[in-house]
Design a protein around this ligand. Structure first.
Ligand code: NAP
Length: 285
């Protein structure tokens, strides 16, 4: 009998070559004995629509989607009824192909929610959020759904802040949220939770967005960045006695949920976590 071709999965983005997802998912596929391979699909904007339409022909059964295509892919997939709210969030990070039908999901949302709640319950908390891009949309949805008390958002791009506030107010009309024009106006001294959803901190040359005197010991600081594992922001927070987390477990949890969407199987958490840590250590070496 002819050997069936390997099922292909992968991550679509531009650029994607530094993604940890291939290491995490290939380790998982091997552990669960799935004859599958997870690849990088680095596509230019003008190539994305054609690529998505060619999934069936290329034997691709599922995708993760990352910067800058999480919004673009929304118009190319269908949504289950329970995912209709993603039309407002405008961010798809997982695509499942069932025959010729492409379904879109967002696993950043439950991934971030699970990890945040393992660290701090956002109910009734005052929150400062850095960033109003794709990841911030997932963060804000979780905070609003978890009944955070009030949220202040700062992003260098005022148009993005305006759009994200309109999005979240549309979904949660009673939410108390404001946008501010500077990090000082985030009033971090009076906040319980500070979340970084900007890429600032990924590069060694990046300056920290927050000053030391804004930090305090009753703050929880969550940085979505996972490489490096400790950004300057987290170092500063620890110095002030604040509790902290990076985004590596969020990456793990969203990946586990994507794998479940693609295969229907439970993801091997330990194997995926070890693969991520190995990847991080390799980057550092
Ligand atoms: P994004 O869509 O590009 O959003 C980032 C936002 O930060 C943009 O609006 C950007 O504005 C803004 N920004 C850049 N520099 C700034 C500054 N100096 N001050 C204030 N705002 C600034 O990126 P994303 O997809 O949301 O990702 C953000 C970060 O989260 C990345 O580091 C990513 O790796 C991380 N992330 C982690 C996970 C995880 O699983 N742990 C998941 C998703 C994302 P401009 O567009 O004007 O630059």
């Amino acid at each position: 009998m002819a050997k069936l071709p390997k099922k292909i999965y992968g991550i679509l983005g531009y650029p994607v070559r530094h993604s940890f997802s291939p290491a995490m998912h290939n380790a998982a596929f091997q552990a669960i004995g799935l004859g599958a391979e997870y690849k990088l699909f680095e596509k230019k904007p003008e190539e994305v629509e054609g690529f998505i339409k060619s999934l069936s022909a290329e034997g691709i059964f599922g995708l993760n989607v990352t910067i800058p295509y999480k919004e673009k892919v929304l118009s190319l997939v269908t949504l289950d009824k329970e995912s209709f709210y993603l039309r407002q969030i405008k961010a798809i990070n997982t695509v499942v192909r069932e025959g010729d039908i492409l379904k879109g999901f967002n696993t950043d949302i439950p991934g971030f929610q699970r990890h945040l709640k393992e660290n701090i319950d956002p109910v009734n908390k005052k929150v400062a959020l850095l960033g109003a891009g794709g990841a911030a949309r997932a963060v804000l949805y979780v905070l609003a759904k978890s009944a955070a008390k009030e949220i202040s958002v700062y992003d260098i791009d005022k148009n993005k802040t305006r759009d994200i506030l309109a999005m979240i107010k549309g979904l949660f009309p009673a939410i108390i949220i404001n946008s501010v024009d500077s990090v000082e106006q985030l009033d971090i001294k009076n906040k319980d939770l500070l979340i970084n959803a900007t890429p600032i901190g990924m590069k060694e040359t990046d300056n920290c967005l927050i000053n030391e005197d804004m930090m305090h010991r009753n703050l929880f600081v969550y940085d979505l960045i996972y490489n490096p594992s400790e950004t300057k922001l987290l170092t500063l927070a620890k110095k002030a006695g604040a509790k902290t987390s990076n985004g590596l477990k969020m990456l793990l949890y969203q990946g586990m949920l994507s794998l479940k969407h693609w295969t229907g199987l439970e993801a091997p958490q330990d194997v995926m976590w070890q693969a991520l840590q190995k990847e991080l250590n390799t980057c550092r070496a």
